[in-house]
Design a protein around this ligand. Structure first.
Ligand SMILES: [Fe+2]
Ligand SMILES: [Fe+2]
Length: 244
């Protein structure tokens, strides 16, 4: 089975549609999102509506989704993120809030595991170091474990001596899932932070046990114009164009 794997849409409808079109062109019908469907971007309602109508799309809850529905306190977020959460709340309908409230914290399938931040702290941990990977690696049964949250595409694995390694992933880079402790972050659709402003996503082939990262271009200026019209923080508008 080939799965479309992505994360951190963050209310960016243009990027979301571009990634969905890409998966559709690839003939991918099973789609999995590692959380943060909303927050930051100007179209949270449209993104929730689109997600709710795509057959074969499954999501886990992200910290921004959790804050919007009241499962996390906004005080844990920086000023720009908190402002974006208030903006998101003001845009969502009751039906959209209900959709978010029914998203699980974790998905376990026969082919992989999925959480937002990390298996031990799904809503808060930014899994960026090899030590954190070691601390978490006993907490999933089926590799790979897909996470999001950091917005940085990368992969962790242990070598034959049990030493942990992390590598950043670029366009078209492949990760072989050849051990039972591989963790992969597909990067962010709606707000990449690795210096490449294109939307990030990946395809996991569970038969070949290979993940491949893809970067998808979209019209960033349209999203930035919408953010300006919504008086969203300048910092959030600028960083989108730089992928930071
Ligand atoms: Fe995020
Ligand atoms: Fe997050």
């Amino acid at each position: 089975m080939r799965y479309g794997i992505f994360s951190d849409v963050h209310g960016n409808l243009e990027a979301f549609k571009a990634v969905m079109d890409f998966f559709s062109r690839q003939g991918i019908t099973k789609l999995f999102c590692c959380g943060d469907l909303v927050g930051y971007g100007p179209n949270p309602l449209e993104c929730v509506k689109l997600a709710s109508t795509i057959k074969g799309l499954y999501l886990v809850l992200g910290n921004h989704d959790a804050a919007v529905i009241g499962r996390m306190k906004v005080k844990w977020f920086n000023d720009a993120a908190a402002a974006a959460i208030e903006h998101t709340r003001s845009r969502l309908t009751g039906e959209a809030m209900e959709f978010l409230k029914h998203i699980p914290l974790r998905i376990d399938t026969p082919d992989f595991t999925m959480v937002h931040g990390s298996p031990s702290k799904p809503l808060v941990e930014y899994l960026i170091s090899e030590m954190q990977f070691l601390d978490n690696k006993k907490l999933w049964k089926t590799s790979p474990c897909f996470v999001g949250h950091t917005h940085i595409p990368c992969a962790f694995h242990c070598d034959e001596n049990g030493f942990p390694h992390m590598e950043l992933l670029k366009q078209n880079q492949m990760v072989k899932v050849d051990t039972d402790s591989v963790l992969i972050n597909p990067g962010a659709v709606g707000q990449p932070r690795d210096g490449d402003p294109r939307a990030s996503c990946g395809i996991y082939d569970s038969f070949m046990k290979v993940f491949r990262l893809h970067r998808i271009s979209y019209d960033i200026k349209i999203t930035q114009q919408k953010m300006m019209q919504s008086n969203m923080p300048e910092l959030l508008i600028e960083r989108l164009g730089m992928g930071l």
